[in-house]
Each structure stands twice: as structure tokens, then as C-alpha cells.
Design a protein around this ligand. Structure first.
Ligand SMILES: NC(=O)c1ccc[n+]([C@@H]2O[C@H](COP(=O)([O-])OP(=O)(O)OC[C@H]3O[C@@H](n4cnc5c(N)ncnc54)[C@H](OP(=O)(O)O)[C@@H]3O)[C@@H](O)[C@H]2O)c1
Length: 354
């Protein structure tokens, strides 16, 4: 194939879509046409992609004509309807919604763990995992290869932007409304009284001055959808169908960057030094681990970074085969846009080699 491939960003006006535009602009030379798509509400808006300004088109079957690869950054139910429409027109779709991730005929791809899976896409669809799982995978894939991962227990601290532009705007509005109120948060009910019920959306409770132990919808057994995604998507990407996973997902008043405290158990005893050696070389991982000098991963330092930050690596005192560590990943970068760009690169090279 000698021509340059054409690419679409579907959901180009969202928080993930805005990072997609920035990352695609950085690799402009690889692509022919760049097409921006969103809902009819945004049709006609002109958005920047690097030095270019491109008009947003409303989602329709025709917007996929001539497109080779489409990044879908849409709500689950909209992806469920429109991904098959694009795939039926011969477009390779890389979808970030939850809808297709566990379909056995849809590969769930993370370059650091299973790049070969991108080639096997009988439905023409590749799924991008959720942002919490993707923050973990580069670290888990490297440690699994070296020491054999048996189980993990994860507690997450997830940013407001994980709920899209609505989530980010809600956090800023709540922070504005509570700022400057003396000693707010020290009396029963005072934060709820200031914010009122209208501020419960989209997290189910106020997020300013609070943490909310519910990310996603409720599922059987008291689990949330996000907690089950961490388990099921990690198993699928790592190719470890029996991996034992426990997870508790919590929303925190952070703009961007999901953090996770991980207790991971391996087939054999693992020292901190051995883990450091593996993580220092692991693709997609930045080892940020010098606590004596105040160096450890935090979302305000991980935002915008392509690598996931790993630190606070400790050998568990009571579990010789286990490590404790802290991971921070930018949920909009590796957790969404960057992973999708990396997968598209695998597909682009394959299509261009034909
Ligand atoms: N945020 C994260 O950290 C993150 C991480 C991993 C995966 N994801 C997934 O990525 C996807 C996008 O998330 P986001 O956070 O970017 O959401 P968002 O900020 O709310 O953006 C949603 C996008 O979808 C478009 N859209 C909504 N309804 C539509 C419709 N009926 N027809 C066409 N376009 C429609 C919106 O266009 P308008 O502006 O025109 O409404 C907007 O471009 C979701 O599936 C999400 O689960 C998000």
C-alpha cells in the first residue's frame, strides 16, 4: 500500500478526544486525512489538530467512507450501536468503550503485554481496556514475565476526569463552591449542605473534600462495574485466565491521574532489588522510587506523561512472595488515548506492509 492511511477520531470533542487530537497531531506525517466526528450538537465546530483546524462532522454511516482506522471515544451505548457500522464499512475500529472488551472475538490490546493480539481481529474491532487496568498492565506484564504473577489485590484512587468532561467540570464546580469557606468539612453534613443534591452528579455524592468508594454501576455481590473490569480485563490482556484479583475502586478529588495501591503475589520470593531491576527496564514504566528523597509517584507529577509511574516498592513483611507498590497512570494518556495510538501504530504498519 503506497498511499497514506486516513484516520478518524470519533468523540473528538470529549476529554479523551482532546488528547487524541494532540497525539495524532504529533504524528501528522503518518496520516492522510484526519477526520473529526462527534454528536450533532458539535457538528460544524472547528477544532485544532496541531496547526490545522478541522470541522467536526456529525456521526453517520457516511463519515466512515474512505477511513482506514477509527478511534472511538464515545459513551458505551453509542459505541455499541456505531462501532459495528464502521467495521462493516471496512474500517479497523479501536474502541475505548467497555462494550466490546470481553467479546472473545475482540482482542483487548496493550502493547507492553500482548501486541500480537492486534493482528487477530475477526470483527475488525480492537478494544482498549479501562483506564485503571491500563495503568497497571505495563508493570504487571513485566513483573509477571520475571516472577510469575499469581494474584493481586488493588485499591484505586481515581481522578474525576475518568468520568469524562462532565466529571472534570463537576469537580472544578464543587471546588469553586467550597473554596474559602472557613473550616468546611469539619462539621457533620456541612459539605452536603453547601453543595446540595444537584452536586451529587456524576459521582453519586460530592467529590470535593471527599472520597467516594463507588466507581461505575453496581453489580451482583456488592461489586462495582469498575472493580470487575480490573479483574476481567487484566486477566484477558495478561493471558492469565485464573489470575486471582481483588479490587476496590474509589473516586478521589484529583483532576487527572489514577493511582493504585497494589499487593501482588508471585510464584517465587521477590526482592525489592530484583523488582527494581525489572521495572527499570520495563517498557511503558517509569520507576519513581526514592522515598528517602521524597520521590514517589503522584498524579500531579504523572499527568501528561506517557509512562506509568511506579514506586513505593516494598517486600511484604508477612508474605515473602509478595510485593507492595504504588502505581500512577494518566487515565487520559496510557489509560485511554496513548494506548489507542500505540495500537493504531501496530495496525498502520500491518496495513501499510500489505
Ligand atoms: N475519561 C477517561 O479517563 C477514559 C479512560 C478510558 C476510556 N474512556 C472511555 O472513552 C470514551 C470517551 O470518554 P470521555 O471521558 O472522553 O467522555 P466525554 O468527555 O464525555 O466525551 C464523550 C464524547 O462522545 C461524544 N458523544 C456523546 N454522545 C454521542 C452521540 N450520541 N453521538 C455521537 N457522539 C456522541 C461527545 O460528543 P459531543 O461533545 O458532541 O456531545 C464527546 O465527543 C468512553 O467510552 C469512556 O468510557 C475514558
Amino acid at each position: 500500500m503506497s498511499r497514506k492511511l486516513n484516520v478518524a477520531i470519533v468523540g473528538a470533542t470529549g476529554v479523551v478526544g482532546s488528547i487524541m487530537r494532540r497525539l495524532i497531531a504529533a504524528e501528522r506525517d503518518h496520516w492522510g486525512e484526519i477526520r473529526l466526528v462527534a454528536s450533532a450538537r458539535s457538528a460544524g465546530r472547528r477544532l485544532a489538530v496541531g496547526d490545522e483546524t478541522i470541522e467536526v462532522q456529525a456521526l453517520s454511516s457516511e463519515v466512515f467512507d474512505g477511513i482506514d482506522i477509527a478511534h472511538f471515544d464515545l459513551p458505551d451505548e453509542v459505541s455499541a450501536e456505531w462501532v459495528p457500522v464502521a467495521a462493516a464499512r471496512g474500517v479497523v475500529v479501536i474502541d475505548k468503550s467497555a462494550h466490546f472488551r470481553m467479546d472473545p472475538e475482540v482482542p483487548l490490546v496493550c502493547r507492553e503485554a500482548n501486541p500480537e493480539a492486534a493482528r487477530d481481529r475477526p470483527k475488525g474491532i480492537i478494544a482498549n481496556a479501562n483506564c485503571t487496568t491500563l495503568a497497571l498492565i505495563p508493570t504487571l506484564a513485566a513483573l509477571n514475565e520475571a516472577f510469575g504473577l499469581v494474584s493481586m489485590s488493588v485499591a484505586s484512587y481515581q481522578a474525576a476526569s475518568g468520568s469524562g468532561k462532565e466529571g472534570l467540570e463537576a469537580l472544578y464546580a464543587q471546588a469553586d463552591k467550597t473554596a474559602g469557606i472557613e473550616r468546611i468539612g469539619t462539621e457533620p453534613g456541612d459539605v452536603r449542605a453547601v453543595l446540595g443534591e444537584e452536586y451529587d452528579a456524576p459521582f453519586g455524592a460530592p467529590l470535593a473534600l471527599n472520597v467516594v468508594p463507588k466507581v461505575g454501576g453496581w453489580r451482583d455481590g456488592g461489586w462495582t462495574s469498575e472493580e470487575l473490569k480490573v479483574r476481567n480485563e487484566s486477566r484477558k490482556i495478561l493471558g492469565l485466565p485464573d489470575l486471582k484479583v481483588a479490587s476496590t475502586c474509589v473516586r478521589v478529588p484529583v483532576a487527572v491521574g489514577h493511582s493504585q495501591a497494589v499487593h501482588a503475589t508471585f510464584e517465587r520470593e521477590v526482592s525489592v532489588e530484583a523488582a527494581h531491576r525489572v521495572l527499570a527496564e520495563a517498557p511503558g514504566v517509569d520507576l519513581v522510587d526514592d522515598p528517602a528523597n521524597g520521590v514517589y509517584p503522584m498524579p500531579i507529577d504523572g499527568v501528561g506523561k506517557p509512562g506509568t509511574q511506579v514506586g513505593r516498592v516494598r517486600q511484604s513483611i508477612d508474605f515473602p512472595n509478595s510485593l507492595e507498590f504504588f502505581v500512577v497512570g494518566d487515565n487520559l494518556m496510557k489509560g485511554a488515548a496513548l494506548n489507542s495510538i500505540e495500537t493504531a501504530e501496530l495496525v498502520r504498519r500491518e496495513l501499510e506492509a500489505r
